[in-house]
Design a protein around this ligand. Structure first.
Ligand SMILES: [Zn+2]
Ligand SMILES: [Zn+2]
Length: 344
């Protein structure tokens, strides 16, 4: 066995152990997230909100932001990402929190039926943009990544992927979380000053000062950390690619360059159209107000047909059969120059 193979196997063992820990800790992450959200909302509405000027004017906006944070988190945890062959995901609901279906059509998009392939891990026949999640051990439509803080829907010990049906909620949750934590940090500053004991003013609230200080510091950290994550995700959305595809496209760009060609992502329809399709709003989609309320709605596609750039039905600059696939079995690792064997 070559040295490279040994190192690779060792790396895979560490990676699998990390997956198991992440899988087991998922429900705890969710409980922690719910506790933190509850304490944050309680702190804001009992301590910060009453001291704001024009509370009757600002309260509805604060409530709307809190509602969106909680609502989108609930959706990320409970809306299945869309598994191959899971027809339940394809049915538009009309119950609580469902937005009314958009009027049909009107949009001229170059929609192409997805090319199908077989997953070498779960043996499912899957459409393009679906990838195998090794934590969930199934293929997920438009797989983006596996999220350890959203695992309520799946059975215990298995977490939830972010994919076609819940990616919109994931991004909106991050957006509203950044907004909420930023507002908390700015408006809560004078209260944090008192809670720290930096002034002669006395802490008169029923919430213990250490709990407010902890929440405040956490909000400060989250505001920065989640803003960076959000910016990175939005960058991908604007370019019409998922986190997984971003890695693949880097490789395709390199290969195309070596051949003197240019790689063109055929899913990239331009920033505006990419954003509209991702959130499924605007022309041919749901009304824009659905971005401001925690509605559940359907994506523009069922994952078996995708909008491509005009004149393209697949990426430009990548040859047929050259597309990267999910990680193959360890035995297949042979140091492919193209880096064909990467895992999700
Ligand atoms: Zn699979
Ligand atoms: Zn997963």
């Amino acid at each position: 066995m070559t040295c490279a193979r040994r190192v690779f196997r060792c790396f895979r063992c560490v990676e699998r152990a990390a997956d198991r820990i992440t899988g087991a800790a998922g429900p705890w992450f969710v409980c922690l997230a719910i506790c933190l959200l509850s304490v944050g909302i309680l702190s804001f509405f009992t301590i910060i909100q009453p001291t704001l000027p024009f509370p009757w004017l600002t309260a509805p906006f604060s409530m709307l932001i809190a509602l969106n944070v909680v609502g989108h988190y609930y959706h990320v945890c409970t809306v299945p990402p869309g598994s191959v062959g899971d027809t339940r995901s394809l049915v538009h609901g009309n119950g609580f929190l469902w937005a009314a279906p958009p009027p049909n059509g009107g949009l001229c998009l170059n929609i192409v039926r997805a090319r199908m392939s077989r997953c070498r891990k779960c043996n499912d026949t899957r459409p393009e943009r679906a990838h195998h999640c090794r934590i969930c051990n199934r293929c997920v439509l438009k797989f983006d990544h596996h999220c350890p803080v959203s695992s309520f829907y799946s059975p215990p010990r298995i977490n939830q992927c972010v994919g076609l049906y819940n990616e919109r909620h994931f991004v909106l949750f991050m957006a509203y979380l950044v907004l909420a934590t930023s507002i908390f940090t700015i408006l809560g500053f004078p209260h944090a000053f008192i809670a720290f004991g930096f002034t002669v003013a006395v802490w008169t609230h029923s919430l213990p000062p250490f709990l407010f200080i902890t929440t405040y510091i956490l909000c400060l950290v989250l505001a920065f950390a989640v803003a960076i994550m959000l910016a990175w995700h939005m960058w991908g959305v604007a370019r019409g690619e998922t986190a997984v595809e971003a890695q693949d496209h880097e490789v395709y760009t390199k290969w195309a360059k070596e051949r003197g060609e240019t790689f063109i992502n055929s899913y990239d329809l331009g920033t505006r159209r990419n954003l509209a399709l991702f959130f499924n709003v605007g022309e041919g989609g749901y009304p824009l107000y659905t971005l401001f309320l925690p509605f559940r709605l359907m994506p523009y596609t069922d994952g078996y047909a995708w909008a491509h750039r005009d004149g393209l039905s697949r990426h430009h600059g990548v040859r047929e059969g050259e597309e990267l696939t999910d990680g193959e079995d360890d035995e297949d690792y042979g140091g492919n120059a193209g880096g064909d064997n990467h895992d999700r």
